[in-house]
Write a protein that binds this ligand. Structure first.
Ligand code: UD1
Ligand code: UDP
Length: 370
């Protein structure tokens, strides 16, 4: 029997985390030949995930340059993939989400007239400049793709409203939950000893991440200043901030939050470490997309450091609140969670609108029934 040749293309940390469970299942499926191509838009942050899930790419474009621009990525990925796709000739290419690797991966496959499956399809913020450039990337992938794997009914509706045919859309849940269920354990012992030493019982512990391009500059300064002020005025608060490796963010985080007692600026954590940290802390502050999907499963209040979200499901359930990027408002919202027990308990709901851990299985079934 001829195997279905499926090539997964990805390049950054979040895509790797969300593609990993799918790749493990593709590799185990006899009717499928799985080929993995990484662009390495990220390097260290990608490799940490590849190591954790024991994924060995067949092709590695090794593109990351320090301080790269969106155009650098676009040009490099398009040119690099042309050669790989011509050589491998997959039956279908799978891309994930909304990075520039995802958009250009879909475009490169289209140029070779190869079918494109879009994992995590149909998310929309409604503003093409926020998140930037992700909202445009995801719209472009929707136009290029032939199969759309939508995590939720809301994502399905967005695709229908964008003119995608109903018979090309499949509601699968989000593969991020498949990944999360594999790594979180209640008795988890951290490899990073700092995380074992934090007094989770007696302190109010906040985990935070922040990296989005539309937050660079004034918004990010306001966010970092707000968190610094919270820690300076509450001696029982500790903040753990694994800082994204992007130099723009590293520099600003050090400038505003470096050398403050109670703020731990650390290197990006391995996925297993970060997921288990979310399970232990009291509050999560983030502008990340993936964390908005993962954290609700732990029942921890999440304040989203953005002006909108393309992930409204957990907001509707009350666990996630979009608090914007104004310093005063961020301080007010964190203060409320620290000091108002009722406000905290109201947000601390464990919910899981993003899936049941079986999204990868569903995607493979759909591919095999093509
Ligand atoms: C990218 C994606 C964004 C995604 C994010 C996840 C685009 C345009 N942006 O943004 O959608 O949410 O990844 O984290 O696709 N760097 C390292 N080592 C690494 C990774 C990054 O040193 O392992 C540094 C490099 O200097 C690199 C810079 O970070 O040039 C920026 O990386 P890039 O992928 O361009 O942008 P992100 O902000 O990470
Ligand atoms: N994450 C991680 N280590 C960290 C911080 C985050 O493994 O130090 C994980 C997190 O659990 C989530 C993903 O990285 O699964 C989010 O990636 P990122 O914030 O880079 O991108 P986004 O989701 O915003 O696209």
């Amino acid at each position: 029997m001829k195997q279905l040749k499926v090539m997964t293309i990805f390049g950054t940390r979040p895509e790797a985390i969300k593609m990993a469970p799918l790749i493990k299942k593709l590799e185990a499926e006899k009717a499928i030949e799985s080929i993995v191509c990484v662009t390495a838009q990220h390097r260290e942050m990608l490799d940490m995930v590849l190591d954790l899930f024991d994924i060995k790419p067949d092709y590695d474009l090794n593109l990351m340059k320090h301080g790269q621009t969106i155009s650098d990525i676009t040009v490099g990925v398009l040119k690099g993939l042309e050669e790989v796709l011509k050589k491998v000739k997959p039956d279908v290419v799978l891309v994930h989400g909304d990075t520039s690797t995802a958009f250009v991966g879909a475009l490169a496959a289209f140029y070779q007239q190869i079918k494109v499956g879009h994992v995590e399809a149909g998310l929309r913020s409604g503003n093409i400049y926020s998140p930037y450039p992700e909202e445009m990337n995801r719209r472009l992938v929707s136009t290029l793709a032939n199969l759309h794997f939508a995590p939720t009914k809301g994502n399905y509706n967005n695709l229908i409203n964008s003119g995608v045919s109903a018979n090309e859309i499949f509601i699968t849940g989000n593969t991020v939950i498949d990944a999360l269920l594999q790594v979180v354990k209640d008795d988890y012992l951290f490899q990073n000893d700092l995380l074992n030493q934090i007094d989770y019982e007696n302190k109010k512990v906040i985990a935070m991440t922040c990296h989005r391009r539309e937050n660079w500059g004034t918004p990010m300064k306001s966010i970092f200043t707000a968190v610094r002020k919270i820690v300076e005025s509450n001696s029982n608060v500790e903040v753990i901030f694994p800082v994204h490796m992007n130099p723009t963010i590293q520099t600003l985080a050090q400038e505003i939050m470096g050398n403050v007692d109670g703020i731990h600026l650390i290197q990006p954590l391995e996925y297993e470490e970060f997921a288990n940290l979310m399970n232990k802390v009291d509050i999560i502050l983030t502008d990340s997309g993936g964390i908005q999907e993962e954290a609700p499963a732990f029942g921890k209040p999440i304040l989203v450091l953005r002006t909108e979200t393309e992930r409204p499901e957990a907001v509707e359930a009350g666990t996630v609140k979009v608090v914007g990027v104004q310093e005063d408002n961020i301080i007010k919202e964190i203060d409320r969670l620290l000091n108002d027990k009722v406000a905290y308990e109201t947000m601390a709901n464990a919910i899981n609108p993003y899936g049941d851990g079986k999204a990868s299985e569903r995607i493979i079934e759909i591919l095999l029934n093509l």
